[in-house]
Every structure is written in structure tokens, then in C-alpha cells.
Design a protein around this ligand. Sequence first.
Ligand code: C5P
Length: 408
Amino acid sequence: MILKTTSSLAGKRLLLIIGGGIAAYKCLDLIRRVRERGMTVRCILTRGGAEFITPLSVSALSGEKVYSDLFSLTDEVEMGHIRLSREADLVLVAPATADMMAKMAAGIADNLATTALLATDKPVMIAPSMNSHMWNHAATQRNFNQLVQDGIRTIAPASGDLACGEVGPGRLAEVGDMVAALENFFDVTGPLVGKHILVTAGPTREAIDPVRYIANHSSGKQGYAIARALRNLGARVSLISGPTALEAPDGIERIHIDSARDMLSACKKALPADVAICVAAVADWRMKNVPDQKIKKQDGSLPALQLTENPDILEFLARKTDRRPDLVIGFAAETENIQDNARAKLARKGCDWIVANDVSTRDGGQSVMGGDHNRVSLITESAIEDWEQAPKDEVARRLARKIATHFT
Ligand code: C5P
């Protein structure tokens, strides 16, 4: 076996929980690939998992005893489920079945795998795999979103031919993608060490009078996810955020602002930066003059709100400052002619890349704004890449990896 000690997996311990899906066979290859990179792997094979692959092949490939039974006295003497769940740097559930995700979301602990998942104090990652109807079912999506909110990391399922003969999302990610996700997770030194990245996120609020304002539905989730993903690759991140309900991410400087003009001055203050990513949904207009007093309701007449245009922060960062970041990235929310409109925006604003959101995408009835998923195309001057619909965290990680590649 070749030991690639340059991999961030070298010396790390994985607890792999193999669920009961047809894709369980991919875990056998996964075990080999991560061990080649110097990782040790201990496996819990669920009862369902054991219907697809044998404990013997798992232990032969992992070089470790395979655990499956919560109430096995010998296992509890040698290695209790609590120790098993903690003597790892990361817990990966693959394939994460609909049933496993439902149990995890509900906090059920009725076997060794689910008990270890509740007992662990280590980060948990899931790689879902199932029939596309099961994946798209409101209950599965609800459970999945709950798990994301609970801080569980995800490796998005791929789209394609499914073992059941149908075609759609739900395939377990390819082994190479799972290895890459694990490597990214452990890449603590990070390819973006030494880079300062400015991220704008959330909505802005434009005062109408002292009590009213103009705003929009932006939740800030995508911008915050991008800030976290960049931090995880080692970048120093300044997150300039409009009002959101989101917690400040650890290790990130968050600067609160209300209006577009506040956002612009905060951006100016945060320069110089190597990269600027404008994810914020900045209000296009503000009141020309904000009265000092609340505008009174008057019978029979409506107030004439006179608006004026807000500064364009993205355009400022791309064209109007002599401290232009090396890479300036904008977002474009579109419902039609996504790529043409995004290309036009790239030229108009002078930025290097545009991430075009398809805001017509529905997320279990939610819109992209406020939802947990996003489907984007990455548009540069020379290329267009359409990315699969994925959780916002996954989109963020992919964008962060692209940015890292840009600098290598
Ligand atoms: O022109 P439009 O609003 O569609 O452009 C969207 C992109 O421009 C986003 O990246 C957004 O953050 C940025 N933007 C900005 N300042 C504005 C308006 C949009 O930075 N005033």
C-alpha cells in the first residue's frame, strides 16, 4: 500500500458508518482510498449495510474489527460505543439512507450506529444515497435540512442512473468526491492561508422614515456558508453582513451594517483584500431624503416616496477603487436567460466571475432566498459551468475550492 503522507488524511482516524443501501459497495473502495492516504478507518456496519456487503470484506480492507451490535458484551468490554464514537477525528455516514437521516434528525438511538452518532463529540458528515423520489420527498428534505442546521456536514448525492432503474438525484457521491470532501475537511493548513477575503451577505435595510424601511427576503445563508468555507481553507474572512438571524461564524470577523451605503463604507474600510465576493442582496434604491419624523398617514392621500439609486458595491470593488482585489466575484439572481443575463452583468460590473443563481428553483416549496439549497452556474469570461442543485454549504465549498485553485 502506498502511503501518501502529503494528504491531509494522513494520521487521521475515520469512523465510517455503513448504512443499508445498494451503494454500500462503494465504501469498500473508499476504505482503500483513504487508507492509501494514511487514514485509519474503523467501521460500523449497520444491519442493513450487512445485507449488501459482508463484515469480512470490511474488516479485511479496514484492517480493523467491524462493529455492528450495540449489545455485544465482548465489544462493550473491549470498546464501548462511547469510546468508539469518540476515538475518531470524523464520523462519516455512507450511504446515509432516508431511514438513517430520519433517525439522526429525530435523535433516535436504537442501534449501535445511531447510538454512536448521538454519543459522538466529533464532527459528523453524511453522504446520502437513495431513490430520487425518496430523496425529494418532503420528509427526507425536512430531515436533511434539519441535519444541516444541526451542523452535520454533507456530501451531496449525484444525479444519474440509480440502481432501481430510475434516473435522478440520489446516487451516492463517487468515491473520488468523497475522498476530496474528507481531504477538504482536514485541510487545516489550507490553500487560502495568507489571503484576505471580503464577503458581503444578507439584505440591506433602507430607511423610509425613523420606523420603516425597504428590505428584501435575503437570509444571508449562502454568503455565510461561503465565508465559513473560505475560513475552512485558511482564509482570513471579513464578513460584511446586513441584518440576518444567523449566528456569527467562529473565527470570522463580522461587521454589521444596515444600509447599502454603510455596506460600501465597511467594504472600503476592509480593503485591501485578495478576493471580494458580493453575495449580499443590496437594495437598489433608497429614499432620496429620509424625514426625521415618522411619515403620517393622511386620509385620501398617499405619500410620494422619492427614491434614488444606491451605490453599486460590486462595481465599486471591480472598477472604481485603486485597491481592486485580484479576484472580484458577483452573484446574479435570475429567473430566465440566466447565462446571457449573467454574462451581461459580468461585463457591466467589471467583475471576474459571476455566480448565477436560478431563483426559480424550489426547495421543498421554499424559494432559493431563505432556502437551504441553491443551483448555480459559474460564469467567467472564458467558461460557463452549471453546478448541480446542492445544499448552500456544498455550493460554498465548491466555490471556495475554485477560488483556491485560482491562486495555485
Ligand atoms: O445588478 P444586480 O443587483 O442584479 O447585481 C447583483 C450583484 O451585484 C450581487 O453580487 C450584489 O451583491 C451586487 N450588488 C452590489 N451593490 C448593489 C447592487 C448589487 O454590490 N447596489
